[in-house]
Design a protein around this ligand. Structure first.
Ligand code: BDR
Ligand code: CA
Length: 312
């Protein structure tokens, strides 16, 4: 089994990711950490506990993390995910308590233990990267417990929060820059599961409505229905769920190594991931002025059908 941690801002599609990570037989979900993003932190935490309850996984520790981005004010996406972040479903809410540790401390502890045992963790951030930046700046030694980071965020092509920027990176660009730098500074292998593939893992309404027989199947069905409603379509992407599929079966994802930077200024481009796809971009990694971008794996294509079937 592959040990994984999810960092989430649950969110309808984070919920799709949680259900898969909690129930797939090849994953060992060690912990879930929460950050403000799609909705405020209190709602994110409650949604996360609720989804894990539905998945039959009250054993997974869930920790509260950063409520707001490092520098800029919080901006949410209730227009996409509903007022409560979970589509305002008529669904019983969890009464379970969170882990007493801050998300950064929970991450630190699980990663240090992984470094000690050699059972390295795949970290799957699906939210603004605030918690992960705080972790890497506060406890850089914890990176020794990481096998890799596969994060949902960014885009080589167009954005969604703005024409330039994807929501998770746009929400906390400074945190994203810190995490990307860690790929180079701390040698953490990293994959960017961005908007170039994010919308391509689609579950149809018909497929979703055929799900039954368990609480998680019922919730999965409702999540897709809500996303279809939002996009006025008869199918919807599982969004963040695709990043979990990519960890389970990396052969369904095409990636290419590219230098990536985060735009931290710019009037209309703040939060954009600048993916340098030029032929000679590899030369830039030896920049003598210490300004070299980190080269990471960027997802450029996905076998959407295969991942949708896996999720179903
Ligand atoms: C990302 O932003 C959030 O709204 C989704 O949960 C996903 O993580 C897509 O840009
Ligand atoms: Ca998310």
């Amino acid at each position: 089994m592959k040990p994984v941690i999810l960092d989430v801002d649950t969110g309808l599609d984070d919920a799709c990711a949680l259900l898969l990570a909690a129930r797939h037989p090849e994953l060992d979900l060690k912990a879930v950490t929460c950050a403000g993003g799609n909705v405020g932190l209190d709602d994110v935490v409650l949604n996360t506990l609720t989804v894990l309850d539905a998945a039959g996984r009250p054993d997974v520790p869930v920790a509260r993390g950063a409520a707001v981005p490092l520098i800029q004010p919080v901006r949410m996406a209730r227009h996409v995910h509903g007022a409560d972040g979970l589509g305002d479903l008529d669904w019983p809410r969890s009464t379970r308590a969170t882990d007493p540790r801050h998300a950064v401390e929970l991450l630190r502890d699980v990663l240090r233990e992984a470094a000690a045992t050699g059972e390295l963790i795949t970290l799957i951030p699906l939210a603004p990267l605030t918690n992960i930046a705080l972790l890497l700046r506060t406890y850089p030694d914890a990176a020794a417990g990481l096998r890799e980071i596969v994060f949902m965020g960014g885009a080589a092509g167009i954005g969604n929060a703005t024409a330039s920027a994807e929501f998770n990176i746009w929400t906390d660009p400074e945190a994203a820059a810190i995490v990307l730098a860690a790929a180079g500074e701390l040698g953490v292998p990293m994959t960017m599961y961005g908007l170039d593939v994010f919308y391509d893992v689609v579950v149809t309404l018909e497929q979703a409505r055929a799900l039954s027989g368990s609480q998680s199947a019922e919730l999965a069905q409702k999540l897709i229905e809500k996303r279809c409603e939002r996009y006025e379509a008869d199918g919807a992407s599982i969004g963040d769920g695709g990043a979990v599929c990519a960890v389970i079966d990396p052969s369904g994802l095409t990636t290419q190594p590219f230098p990536v930077r985060v735009e931290l200024s710019g009037s209309w481009s703040r939060g954009r991931t600048i993916v340098d796809t030029r032929d000679w971009s590899a030369d830039l990694t030896s920049d003598p002025h210490g300004q070299a971008p980190s080269t990471i794996q960027v997802a450029t294509a996905v076998d959407g059908k295969r991942y949708a079937e896996m999720w179903l």
